[in-house]
Design a protein around this ligand. Structure first.
Ligand SMILES: [Zn+2]
Ligand SMILES: [Zn+2]
Length: 346
């Protein structure tokens, strides 16, 4: 079968390879014929070999996917051949640590993600585990369902890890796929004002932010961002800042603007040291909260909201055939649109 394989370290070392269809299904495994595979920022980081996490190579990329079940292991009871499904991202968790036992398996120290440490979904087939598969509602397309994963990342950050109430002033930094989905989900809480910050390069993605419910977008190069944010309302700043970028400069901005007793939720990663004092955070008695990945109940909720049309990531996306993987990567990289989806079996 065709697969988009990151075959060695070094920039640009990705190609289409002919690899075997996954076989030897374990008793709890499920084989999926992949219908949609989203390209994630982390796939692009691996493509450029600038990822900040351990990887194995060669590895088939992709961890955001939907498809049709074509085979199930001998002890699978919840699914059968022909079911339309999505799967979560942890190809392996230990099932023994306190986080696995309490349903917070996204925090399992032994977690291995698809497309990073286990072959992923930018291929005609992928093998996954019954425990992390979900049925897709009838009215949700495979393309839309393939973006359940980034929607759940945003859901976890906004609905689970943030304190957010109707009327709140909410600022999202970074209109990438996660920032855009944070915008859409924050909108469900009926904020008093929802502001999204990007750069000149983000102009097309900032348009999507407006479509996703932003009251205002700020282009960082067009004046003092901190001043603009603090000019709204009583001048004390946003109740909640969602930092979906990951560089130190945006965390500094977040600390500078967050309302006393407010919250910063940080979703963006960056291996560099932050390089500034966190004293203002302490003086403001504000909260700095990390958010990572998602778990089973969040997927079920996001799928319900997709069925009702309350969550719809598709306006930020463009689809490509698997042979066009390079175009899919490069166009997303150039910020032409926020999200590329590869269709391995159109
Ligand atoms: Zn992702
Ligand atoms: Zn574990």
């Amino acid at each position: 079968m065709k697969a988009v394989v990151n075959y060695s370290s070094g920039a640009g070392n990705v190609e289409i390879r002919d690899v075997p269809i996954p076989s030897n299904l374990g008793p709890h495994d499920v084989l999926i014929n992949v219908k949609g595979a989203g390209v994630c920022g982390s796939d692009l980081h691996m493509y450029h070999d600038i990822q900040g996490f351990p990887v194995i190579r060669p590895v088939t990329l992709g961890h955001e996917y939907s498809g049709v079940i074509t085979a199930v292991g001998s002890e699978v009871i919840l699914f059968k051949e022909g079911d339309h499904v999505v799967s979560e991202t942890p190809a392996y968790v230990c099932e023994k640590c306190i986080y696995c036992r309490s349903g917070q398996y996204n925090l399992c120290p032994h977690r291995k993600g698809f497309g990073v440490l286990v072959d992923g979904a930018m291929a005609e087939y992928v093998k996954t585990r019954e425990a992390i598969v979900h049925k897709i509602p009838d009215n949700v397309s495979f393309e839309k369902a393939a973006l359940t994963e980034p929607s759940c990342v945003a859901y976890n950050a906004v609905a689970h890890h943030s304190r957010i109430r109707p009327g709140d002033y909410v600022v999202v930094i970074g209109p990438g796929p996660i920032g855009l989905m944070c915008t859409q989900i924050a909108k469900l809480f009926n904020p008093g004002r929802l502001t999204v910050i990007g750069t000149r390069k983000d102009l097309s993605r900032l348009e999507v932010a407006k479509q996703f419910g932003a009251d205002e977008v700020i282009v960082a190069e067009d004046g003092d961002v901190v001043e603009k944010i603090l000019s709204y309302g009583d001048g004390f700043g946003p109740d909640l800042v969602l930092d979906a970028v990951g560089v130190s400069a945006t965390l500094k901005q977040s600390v500078d603007v967050v309302r006393p007793a407010g919250q910063i939720t940080k979703i963006g990663w960056g291996p560099a040291p932050i390089g500034f004092s966190l004293d203002p955070l302490i003086q403001k008695a504000a909260r700095l909260q990390g958010s990572f990945s998602h778990n089973y109940p969040m997927w079920e909720k996001v799928l319900v909201m997709m069925e009702k049309g309350e969550i719809n990531p598709l306006p930020m996306a463009k689809t490509y055939l698997i042979d066009e993987w390079k175009l899919a990567f490069d166009e997303m990289d150039s910020l032409a649109h926020a999200k590329s989806i590869i269709l391995p079996n159109p």
